[in-house]
Design a protein around this ligand. Structure first.
Ligand code: FES
Length: 105
């Protein structure tokens, strides 16, 4: 599948993402050297993998309670905010676009 990613400087890149490896979007972004801390390792506890879904919000599963709680705590959360660690790459996500939203470290 193809996913577009906008980094902190505003650059947009289209990446080819595998859906047969069980990767989360967070793991995929890290593998592509985006500066995501993911301090909690994907447990929906740190919110450093916060992304804004610019396109394709309707392609995603609803957030779970833990993710909702984290998003509620974020000062910069938007209606289309998600935690990238809670999004498992799957064929439905083809064509989505996300923008990195967590504070840059
Ligand atoms: Fe910590 Fe996603 S990696 S909330």
């Amino acid at each position: 599948i193809k996913i577009k990613v906008q980094d902190y400087s505003g650059d947009v890149q289209e990446l080819e993402a595998p859906t047969d490896m069980g990767l989360s979007l967070m793991e995929f972004l890290k593998a592509n050297e985006y500066p995501i801390l993911a301090t909690c390792g994907g447990m929906a506890l740190c919110a450093t993998c916060h992304v804004i879904v610019e396109d394709g919000m309707d392609l995603l599963n609803d957030p779970g309670d833990q993710e909702m709680d984290q998003l509620d705590l974020l000062p910069n959360a938007e209606f289309n905010s998600r935690l990238a660690c809670q999004l498992r790459l799957n064929p439905d996500m083809d064509g989505m676009m996300v923008r990195l939203a967590a504070d840059e470290e």
